[in-house]
Design a binder for this molecule. Structure first.
Ligand code: TYD
Ligand code: MG
Length: 456
């Protein structure tokens, strides 16, 4: 074989676009300082080499194609199944991304150890077998069917796959794996992309599902999972605040399910615990009533839950008032403040406003507006919102309360959690029989009206 010709290509570490020379700004995604130099050989490698020999498939009309339900592998964690859209599809390739130390390896290992009847191969390029054993002990489980191998060469991994013939393959993490066909180092854009396509090909041919673990790196010095997003079938993101023990699993892309689903976990001493009822964790059960606290009802995916919104309004000590927001869109809060100022006549311009969504959760459900406004007003006048009150509704620019989706579900969830009263947008309930419910429903059409209902 002729010696492969070497050339230098610049890759964007954020989006994977390539360029023959260095540029300060990626022409594809517009990010600055993301281009990294890599040596690539121009000899056809991996997949592209075999492409021409692949059997051709015959085109069929839509009616000729049989719709067979994808057989799914049920994972032990129900939250994970929900986010995957009902289990892991055979032959699919899933990318689990997240910041280092958030708990990706723990989540995967915990699930593997609970799947006793399947042969699983866990390829670890980051941790030693002993570390994994210690983690398994910490989680409190062992397994006779989960094989662990510490390996970073793609070719060796395929040899192990041939030996073990797994029913499920995990690669932790894709940034540590490298193939000999490329000269660049592990974690570079071309390596990550090539290894992922080799694994994709393996998954499609063998019908074995593959889970790739990938780090998200803020500096972009490692090839970010963004490069892989279009290769894989599903991208799950594991996120959470380090200060809080809660972790959220979100689907960013899913060819086999809904992307609005959410799984919630809590990192405990002995592994991750599923939080089946998120409302419980998001409400603090303090004995006293406090001003500046409102309970909103939000819907994430198909699940409604109650969430505590906390606000603190105080006189601005320095000239420019401060606005600080965690877990909520700050521009949206500024808009809500402007609405309060203009339409309701609250003088908030000289006040510092701090807003916090309990539990470290980030929400972008507009139905939370009413609870944000109520929390701010409650703190501003230093009056508590009566115990048992919760609310849902979007606030419009003229201070009107706009209808929200799935209002029935929200009401039922509030009732289930023992709330006594709920504020909902006027005219939102159409043909819903609430007579059997013990929760009292207040329909409000304006912010002032909501204010009167809450504070009398
Ligand atoms: P890990 O799964 O190694 O993160 P990642 O693979 O995303 O880099 O999780 C590491 C963190 O989780 C570490 O800080 C310790 C913590 N942890 C617990 O709090 N409890 C546990 O039972 C385990 C296994 C880990
Ligand atoms: Mg890890």
């Amino acid at each position: 074989m002729a010696k492969a010709k070497q050339k230098t290509v610049w890759f964007c570490s954020a989006c994977g676009a390539d360029s023959p020379k260095w540029v300060g700004r990626c022409p594809a995604c517009g990010e600055w300082n993301t281009m990294v130099e890599e040596k690539v050989s121009s000899s056809p490698s991996g997949i592209s080499a075999k492409k021409s020999g692949a059997p051709r498939s015959t085109p069929r009309t839509v009616n000729q194609i049989e719709a067979v339900e994808e057989p799914r592998i049920h994972m032990p964690s129900e939250e994970l199944n929900r986010v995957l859209g009902g289990g892991l599809v055979r032959g699919s390739i899933v990318l689990l991304g997240g910041e280092p130390g958030i708990g990706k390896s723990t989540l995967v290992l915990q699930n593997l150890l609970a799947m006793r009847s399947r042969r699983i191969l866990y390829v670890s390029g980051e941790e030693s077998a002993t570390q994994l054993k210690l983690r398994a002990e910490r989680i409190g489980r062992g397994s006779d069917s989960c094989f662990i191998v510490c390996e970073t060469s793609m070719e060796n991994i395929f040899a192990h796959i041939d030996d073990i013939e797994p029913e499920l393959l995990i690669v932790d993490s894709i940034q540590t794996i490298a193939t000999d066909t490329l000269d660049s180092s592990a974690g570079s854009v071309s390596q990550v992309r090539e290894c992922a396509s080799m694994l994709l090909k393996y998954a499609k041919e063998s019908n074995v599902p593959v889970i790739l673990i990938g780090h998200i790196n803020k500096e972009g010095s490692l090839a970010g999972p963004k490069v892989l997003e279009h290769i894989v079938d599903a991208v799950l993101q594991f996120e959470g605040d380090r200060q809080y023990m809660y972790r959220i699993l979100r689907a960013i892309k899913n060819r086999f399910g809904n992307t609005s689903e959410l799984g919630i976990y809590e990192m405990c001493q002995r592994g991750l615990r599923e939080v089946a009822n998120p409302s419980e964790m998001l409400l603090s059960h303090g004995a006293e009533e406090l001003s500046g606290v409102a309970i909103g009802v939000t819907v994430e995916g198909l699940r409604p839950f109650l969430i505590e919104v906390q606000a603190l309004v105080s006189t601005a000590a320095y000239g420019t008032p401060q606005r600080s927001v965690t877990g909520f869109d700050s521009r949206r809060m500024n808009m809500l403040l402007a609405v309060l100022e203009k339409r309701v006549g609250f003088k908030l311009a000289q006040k510092d406003v701090f807003l916090n969504i309990a539990g470290g959760l980030k929400v972008n459900d507009p139905a939370l507006d009413l609870s944000v406004v109520s929390a701010i007003l409650s703190s501003n006048v230093d009056m508590t919102i009566p115990r048992g009150f919760c609310m849902t509704g979007e606030v419009g620019l003229s201070g009107e309360i706009r209808p929200v989706v799935r209002v029935e579900q929200r009401i039922l969830e509030a009732e289930k959690l023992g709330m006594s009263d709920i504020l909902i947008p006027a005219g939102n309930l159409k043909g819903f029989d609430s007579s059997k419910l013990s929760i009292k429903i207040h329909e409000v059409s304006k912010v002032e009206e909501a204010f009167r209902t809450l504070f009398g």
